[in-house]
Design a protein around this ligand. Sequence first.
Ligand code: C2E
Ligand code: CA
Ligand code: CA
Length: 579
Amino acid sequence: MHMVEPGDDCFKRFFYDAAIPMCIAAPDGRLIHTNQPLCQLFGFSQDDMCSLTLQSIVHPDDRESTERYLHALNTGQHNSHQVERRYLSATGEIIWGILNISAVRGQDQSTSYILIQIQDTTERKQLEEQLQYQATHDALTNLPNRVLLNDRFIRALARNFRQQYAVGLLVIDLDNFKVINDSLGHPAGDAVLVAVAQRLKAFASDTVVTARLGGDEFAILLEYACDESDAIELAERILDELEESFAIDGHAVEVTASIGVALSTSVRDQPEDLLRRADIAMYRAKDRGKHRYGVFNERLHGQRYGQLAAENDLRRGIREQEFILHYQPTASIETGQIVELEALLRWQHPLRGLIMPQEFIGLAEETGLIVPLGRWALEEACRQLGSWQRQPGSSLLRVGVNLSNRQLEEPDLVEDVARALSASGIRPSSLTIEITESVAIMNSESHRWVLDQLKHLGVRLAIDDFGTGYSTLSRLRHLPIDVLKIDQSFVIGMDDNTSDVAIVSAVIAFAKALNLTVTSEGIETESQLEQLTSMGCDLGQGFMIARPLAEIDVPDALRCLDIVASLIAGPRVPELISA
Ligand code: C2E
Ligand code: CA
Ligand code: CA
């Protein structure tokens, strides 16, 4: 049989015309003949290429193993070999390729030449790397994601097994992101997340991973933590780092965060265990008043389970229809006449007695249970008003219903309101929907659409707790609202704080200019009422006028307060006199 030798014409044509990069090397790796595709792949001229060795064109990290393969080939252990390798091009770029080397042996079996083929796989490798990157990084901030974080956690824990180190985890949750997002819009919200990510990334190193868990939640993994103090020190530095405001779209945006700290306690810990503990500590920090950190301990664990129990209890309470409404009158400041009743939720708990909203509204909002609960309150308040309006003299009475931000995000809200109106038969204008300031100033199209739709139904819209949010009076100008309810804190402050007097009177004047009705909340003293009267405030609510009443006490109170009103103001509107 005729062997093809490198000197043959046939071989030469095969070699030089081949599309695949090839070369012939001496047993020691020196390149002797190289074909054009190989020179093209590496970016060297034919001559330059022939002054190199196989060892010099592979990536430095792969040189030693290449040396070993050559040795195995030359000593007859193998005849050929195939492996995927990295190489360096003339310009220093990494090339990936499958290396095929085989020995051409002489009579004595010693290696005469080495045939080398390199099949370029750079593009495929790059694509793989890109996919790998996408699977392990967050697209918005480019930070590692949960997948990569878990992976690093597991490796670190295994490495630390025999050492005196624990793995530390900080969960960082922005306190006010929703307000930022709602008031400045989603693109600005994204810009804030990217800017926060950048600041947090500064803490990353070979052994510290900064990741985004999703939404406004970030995490930092400390692969080697001696003890809690390492993680706490980092938490303090992060809080400091966030002190300086962010410049977003020409706004100075303040960002605060709550941080939960937890340390691994066993090699059997799973990433979820540590995340859960850090989460519990983070919620605890939030409960204690934001922009602070909390460290996990077992006692907190119990409390979190307590919350779970509370959630189940709330679910049960809704199912068992344990909720009722109390109604607090709002009166005309000028005449004392009751014009509206605000529906306020109460929970008649079989074991704990009557529970006030502060104790369950937060949990109901967090768990989404406020949606069914709020829907019930709306229907019930409308139904109840319908029956009171049928009493003589009360046909103009209105009802106010509080709407949580969460409800405004429900796609069915407008429909729910329309249904409550038609089922009760009350006029749309008899219903005032109270929303908070943060919702009112949302830039988002969908929220604006909801407000417009509600307005379109003919209901009245009120801004509740006005003055406690971020809105400016001028922004309210563009919203379809009818009423401003000045928060109780300003009214209380009027007794001894002159700046609160100035604020309240300015708000009243502004509201009048915009044709809005102003209600003052929480009027408790004679002097507050007098001042508000002189400022021209339209309506008032507070213990001084009436406390929230059980449904059964409402008709009496309406009559009673009407008599007081008629004494203050003389004859009333004809319809009410006839009562
Ligand atoms: P809010 O809407 O600002 O309701 C007024 C709260 O102030 C009521 O507390 C009322 O009892 C209290 N208040 C009224 N006058 C005075 C006063 O002169 N002095 C003092 N110290 N307090 C006064 P309540 O009933 O405990 O309700 C607390 C909050 O719970 C409400 O604040 C509202 O934000 C929320 N809430 C109540 N019912 C509902 C509901 O059906 N849905 C939703 N989403 N939230 C509700
Ligand atoms: Ca209210
Ligand atoms: Ca209020």
